[in-house]
Every structure is written in structure tokens, then in C-alpha cells.
Design a protein around this ligand. Structure first.
Ligand SMILES: *Cc1c(COP(=O)(O)O)cnc(C)c1O
Length: 418
């Protein structure tokens, strides 16, 4: 797919929040040497509003998917008040960026120091756990110096559930198995002000059935332990759109989850939470890269496995690509693979990525849908780091939110209808 580069209307990223477009840099005159990150605040805002309005409970943003402070601010401005953090550095970052935000510490294996700092310095009251050992740790770390135990904890027991519908499994590392769950729920109930149950069905889940099955596991756990449960947290896993991965509408996931939640044996005042990461930020960023060499169907580009393309290299993730050239190429598409800029053979993205057959050294192309687990994965390995960030107002190359009539009118020709 080719696109006229000036259609991007590239302008330098101004300070967070204000959008200055059409400031007049374009790729043809600037010829950026490093990859340029394009950010689309309107796309992240739309995703946040979608979850806030349509998810039948509370949506907390899973910060690891993209911890950019600009993005955190956009999500906050559009109604996301709670943040799922997994490290003390993420807690500090969120509180420094959004002092009034609520952080929940949802990593089931934490250091005692991190728990104590979160509780005593950042007002964190919600923690997840999947073992009695972690429960002891949380209790110790939140006990006052005079020995008085915390009475204001919301503790979410993480259950191990299947990742069978997810493109990226999260099923092996965390979560209490059926044999451990009863004792853990009962012990946690003893010390928690509010008791929650959480799980993660795996990232980029392609079917709502994943949540139905997980909720059945939750039901069995509640019945078995006979405890009162105050929070059901269905975790992340909500899908975005990638080539060859067109998920069902998010509304179907929400309906399925709502129905399952309503039928659980829990108190009528119980809350429903979710921890979307990918779905809130995938459409926020893309990256413009340059071809430094062509060898047959292999393109040597200036971003790769140690940059934003970690998932493309390591798990064969496919991202949409479009050539940015003027005049537009009229060559037919052919399949390319990419080599990243570093010196090792691991820095290879097999794709295939379809680009016009005459794509060559010196060309620029955009790689879309890198807002989640893309720009967040960058390292400076081998001296190849980050270029500038530019705010743009065109639509992302794919979208799970642009499927209603009103949105159609604003759609660029590059957006695939879902
Ligand atoms: C990574 C993660 C998320 C976000 O998952 P997505 O698939 O990006 O929605 C949510 N919760 C927990 C505990 C996670 O580890």
C-alpha cells in the first residue's frame, strides 16, 4: 500500500496537549536519519472514551503497554482514572504525571520494598497476589511501625486461566491453580477489606469465549471457597487490529463479560474491573523508517528487534506497512522481510510485509499499530535509539474503533473497515 507522504502533515511534537499541525516539515525535505515516531492523540482519546462509555465497569489502563506520559495524560483527560501498574517505577511515573490518579499494583510477585513504598508513599491500596507467600509479604509490608496491620487493602487473587484464544499467552507464569485457590481466597478474605478475583486471558484475545471460560473458573473458585467477593477483574487481553488479525467488535467482548459477571454468585454491590493495555494504545503510534539497503526481498531498515519491532522479530507479529513516496509508486506489492539496524542476526523481522515491488534504498515507509508493545520496547542497544516524535492528525492504518457511520466521514483512504 502506498501513500502520499505529504498527506501526513508532519509537524514537530509540541508540548503535551497542544496539537500543532501543518508546521511544514515533510519527509522529502527533512530526510530524517532516525526512525520518526508518529503519535495520534485523537486515536488514544477515542479508545479511552470508548472503554469509559461502553465497558460495563471500571477500565484501568495497563501502563506497561505504553508508559508515555503524554499518553497517560490523554487517557486521563478522556476519563481513565485508574492505572494498572506492575513495578514501583510505573507507580512513581503515574503519580508524577497524574497526581490524582489511582494506581493498582497488579503484579503478583513484588518486592516487599516496592509494596511498602506504594502503600505508604503513593496511596496504593489495591494489590494482586497468587500465593500465600505473597499474601504474607503484602501484610508485612503494609503494617505500620507500631505493628498495626492495614485495614484498607483491596486484594485481588489472580487465578490461572487458559490462554487458548490469545495470540500471546500469559498462562504459564502467574495465577493460582485450582488446588491452591480455595485456601488462598479464604486466607486473603481474612486480611482484605475488599476481596477481588482477577485473571488474564492472554494478550490479543480473538474470541469473547476466552472470558466466558475464565469466568466459569471464577465461579467454581467462589463456590468452592464460599467467600464473599467484592471485585471481579477480568484483566487485559482486549484485541486491536493487525494484518490477518481482525477481531470481533469490542462490544461483543463487553456484552459477554457483562453477562458472565451478572450471573456470578457475588454480592450485588460487587464491582467489575478490566485492565486494557493494548486496546487503549495500539492506535496511538506508528513509526516512519528508512530503507538503508535492499538485498532481494530483504530490506535493511533503521528500526528493528531492539527498537519498536521486538514482537515482529521474536513472535512473528505482523504490522501494517505503507510506502511514503512522491510521486506514489504504481508498482504492485510484493512481500518483503526486514533486517534491523543492529549487528546481529536476531534483528530480523520475517513478516512478510507487503510493499510496492520497487521499494528501495532511501525510501521511507510507515509501520502502523506500534502504540502498544512497540514504542515501549525500545532500547539503545548498539547505539541505535530514538528519533523525534511528531504529532499527526490522520487516522491510524487500522482501527477497531472506526466502524460507525460518523467515523466513516473522517476516515482516510488508508483505514481498513472492520
Ligand atoms: C500486560 C497486562 C495487562 C494488559 O494486557 P493487554 O493484553 O495489553 O490488554 C493487563 N493486566 C495485567 C496483569 C498484565 O500483565
Amino acid at each position: 500500500m502506498a501513500k502520499h507522504y505529504s498527506a501526513l502533515g508532519l509537524a514537530p511534537l509540541s508540548t503535551a496537549g497542544s496539537s500543532v499541525l501543518g508546521g511544514g516539515i515533510d519527509i522529502a525535505t527533512r530526510r530524517p536519519v532516525d526512525p520518526v515516531t508518529l503519535v495520534r492523540p485523537h486515536a488514544a482519546a477515542r479508545a479511552a472514551r470508548f472503554f469509559v462509555e461502553k465497558f460495563p465497569g471500571r477500565s484501568m489502563y495497563a501502563v506497561k503497554a505504553n508508559p508515555s506520559p503524554d499518553l497517560l495524560q490523554i487517557l486521563w483527560d478522556n476519563g481513565i482514572t485508574h492505572y494498572d501498574t506492575a513495578s514501583i517505577a510505573e507507580v512513581r511515573l503515574v503519580k508524577a504525571t497524574l497526581p490524582d490518579a489511582v494506581c493498582c499494583f497488579m503484579h503478583p510477585v513484588k518486592s516487599e520494598e516496592a509494596i511498602a513504598e506504594a502503600y505508604f508513599s503513593h496511596d496504593v491500596r489495591t494489590f494482586s497476589l497468587d500465593s500465600l507467600e505473597e499474601l504474607d509479604k503484602i501484610v508485612r509490608a503494609t503494617t505500620q511501625q507500631d505493628g498495626v496491620a492495614a485495614t484498607d487493602l483491596t486484594l485481588c487473587v489472580r487465578l490461572r486461566v487458559s490462554s487458548e484464544y490469545a495470540k500471546l499467552s500469559l498462562g504459564s507464569k502467574f495465577g493460582a491453580g485450582p488446588a491452591e485457590t480455595k485456601a488462598l481466597l479464604m486466607a486473603t478474605r481474612q486480611v482484605a477489606d475488599a476481596l477481588g478475583i482477577c485473571f488474564h486471558v492472554g494478550s490479543q484475545t480473538m474470541s469473547p469465549d476466552a472470558y466466558t471460560n475464565a469466568m466459569e473458573r471464577v465461579r467454581a473458585a467462589i463456590v468452592d471457597a464460599a467467600v464473599t467477593v467484592d471485585v471481579i477483574d477480568v484483566g487485559g487481553g482486549f484485541p486491536s487490529a493487525y494484518p490477518g488479525m481482525t477481531p470481533p467488535p469490542l462490544e461483543r467482548f463487553f456484552e459477554t463479560i457483562h453477562r458472565a459477571f451478572e450471573s456470578l454468585p457475588i454480592s450485588y454491590s460487587a464491582e467489575l474491573w478490566a485492565e486494557p493495555g493494548r486496546a487503549l494504545c495500539a492506535e496511538y503510534s506508528s513509526v516512519v523508517v528508512r530503507v538503508e539497503r535492499r538485498r532481494g526481498t530483504e530490506l535493511y531498515i533503521n528500526d528493528g528487534a531492539y527498537g519498536t519491532l521486538f514482537d515482529a522479530a521474536h513472535i512473528g507479529w505482523k504490522y501494517p506497512v505503507q510506502l511514503l513516496r512522491e510521486p506514489e509508486s504504481d508498482a504492485r506489492d510484493m512481500d518483503f522481510s526486514f533486517w534491523g539496524p543492529t549487528c546481529d542476526d536476531l534483528d530480523y523481522m520475517a513478516g512478510p510485509f507487503p510493499l510496492p515491488a520497487d521499494t528501495n534504498t532511501g525510501d521511507y515507509f510507515e509501520i502502523g499499530m506500534l502504540g502498544a508493545y512497540g514504542v515501549a520496547m525500545r532500547t539503545g542497544f548498539n547505539g541505535f535509539g530514538t528519533g523525534e516524535t511528531v504529532m499527526v492528525s490522520d487516522e491510524p492504518m487500522l482501527s477497531v474503533y472506526l466502524h460507525d457511520e460518523a467515523a466513516d466521514e473522517h476516515r482516510g483512504s488508508n483505514v481498513v473497515k472492520l
